[in-house]
Structures are given as structure tokens and as C-alpha cells.
Design a protein around this ligand. Sequence first.
Ligand code: URA
Length: 241
Amino acid sequence: MEKQRLDKFISSQLNMTRSEARSAIRTGKVTVNGLYCRDSGLAVNTQADIICFEGTEIEYKKYIYIMINKPKGVLSASNDKTRQTVVDLVPDDLKRNGLFPVGRLDRDTTGLLIITDDGAFAHDIISPKKFIPKSYIATLDGTVTKDMVEIFRKGVILADGTKCKPAILEPIEENRARLILFEGKYHEVKRMFGTVNLGVNELHRESIGELHLPEDLGSGECVEMNKKLLILAQKSTAYTF
Ligand code: URA
């Protein structure tokens, strides 16, 4: 049984500040088990108590998980003074305090990104120890050769001497290839291709674990993830390199 102060419950579930939540409670907008409650400090049972705001029951979610099809030009961050961030694109009905992107895609990279307020989940998705594959489609200024596939399979050594984990490189057509990584170093895809003198013109992430970007999720659109999708995102793959 998880107990929580009523004002904390209201602010976290309805994307309000704590003082907005207190004011909503004080002004009689909140009921607990059918009775008006004006006590912000009341300890509510998040699983069992029926808490309504302006007559509508609040469905309690400890954490929220959102998939976004990240557009170009948007920052992978929670907030920024001047530039638009992925969290700015989350619609109001999914918005909460404490949202952040799970890992980062470069500003010019598009595709699948998860936004959540669950730090432990994010850590697991990013951690190289979990072997969760992240698959990218790269549009290149040249063609991938068999030698490059082998170099990537053994683990690229970046220009600064950093050793990358083995990765799967699959040519798709002349200037396009799929690259599957099991870690996420800064600008890793671009730096890896840089070591074999290939420039990346476009980069798109198509999947995390076994979670694929839905075809009908338009650029900049968000969708809440259900349990099934969460499990898919956390699927690791045992490749033999
Ligand atoms: N690697 C990159 O170079 N850029 C990204 O956005 C993601 C991975």
C-alpha cells in the first residue's frame, strides 16, 4: 500500500505545481472517496482511494512512458531557454512534472525516443550492461563495404581512442545502412562512420529493444506506452559477434 500526501498526488498526476494543487484542494475541486477534502496533507492510498478532480476520477500512474517520433531540429532535453525540446511536444494530457528523454538523439536525428519520469527504467534502457539494441538507419555519403561490416563487428576504435562495443552494420542500399548498437556514446553513430570516412547525412532511430517506431506515428507525435510496449523496449538480444 502506497500512501502519499493529497497535494503531492494531485500535482504529480495532473501536472500542477504543488501550490496549484493546494489551491485546487482548498477551493473544493477535489474529493476523496466521494467526500470533499480540503486538507492538502491528508495521506491517501494511491491504489485504493478514489480521488476525483472536478468530478472526474484520477487514474493513478506512478510513472508515465511516452513514445515520440522525434522531428529534426528539436532538442533531446527536458527544457531549454530558447529552443524547442521533445518534452515541449508532449501533449497536455500526458504531461507531468519530471519528464525527461531516455538517452539523447542529436538535434538533427529523427525517430524513436522514449520520454518518462521513471529514472530506473531509463537507466536500464541506456545501460550497456543490459544489451538492449538500438537500431538506426543512416543515410551516408558513400557505400558500406564488407570490410567496414567486419570492423564494426569487432568494435570500432574512435578517433580519440575510445573503444566501442561490437555493433551490427547491415548495408541496405548504395547510400543507406542499418546500424545496431548496444550502447550510447556521444554522437556514436556519426563518430563510428567517421572512422571509415563515411559522413552521415541523415540519421533515424527505428527501434529500441523490440519496440519499433509505429508507422502511423507522425513526426512530432507522441503516444503513451502500455505494459506490452514497455516489455518490448526492455528486450535484450543475445547476439554472438
Ligand atoms: N549517434 C549519433 O551520432 N547521433 C544520434 O543522434 C544517436 C546516435
